[in-house]
Write a protein that binds this ligand. Structure first.
Ligand code: ZN
Length: 168
């Protein structure tokens, strides 16, 4: 008589909520626990590392342009213009390497979380903070929320919680 027992076939529920801490950890870069200098202006750029040098494109973002923080603005440009909101297109670029550089101030805790969720890497002189960023309100616009939700297979509505999330 065998002592082997079959595993119960309990179905695991589909992920509907996001593990923000894990996503934040995914953005592998040195962390510093300071907030910015309080100035709202910041710029960032996103580039992907192409297989061939001449394919390379750079997307710029600035804080206060209606898309939230500079990193999210740059990400939105890329997702919209380069990927047309297509998950598989994005994934193909991510496999080659997508890099965000924000060297004026550290990426805030929420931007770092989104970048980590998408497997984006940090460029030179780019750091992340465990805190939010000064007085600039953080938001993820509708298109990005839908996109990240689809990419990570979580409900887009659960990403709204990111606006009030802090790393613990
Ligand atoms: Zn930010």
């Amino acid at each position: 008589m065998s002592s082997y027992s079959f595993r119960s076939r309990a179905k695991s529920a589909p992920a509907s909520t996001a593990d923000f801490n894990q996503w934040w950890e995914n953005f592998a870069v040195e962390k510093i626990s300071t907030v910015g200098d309080g100035e709202e202006s910041c710029s960032a750029f996103l580039e992907y590392i192409p297989r061939t040098r001449w394919e390379k494109s750079v997307f710029f973002g600035a804080t206060g342009s209606g898309y939230g923080h500079a990193e999210m603005h740059a990400l939105h440009q890329f997702v919209k213009l380069q990927c047309n909101y297509d998950i598989e297109t994005f994934r193909a670029y991510a496999e080659q390497g997508i890099v965000v550089t924000c060297n004026e101030k550290p990426c805030c805790v929420r931007c770092a979380c989104v970048l980590g969720a998408l497997g984006i890497r940090a460029g030179e002189m780019t750091y992340k903070s465990t805190k939010g960023m000064g007085s600039t309100e953080w938001s993820l616009n509708y298109e990005l929320r839908e996109f990240v939700g689809k990419y990570k297979e979580v409900t887009p509505i659960s990403l709204q919680d990111l606006g009030v999330w802090t790393y613990r």
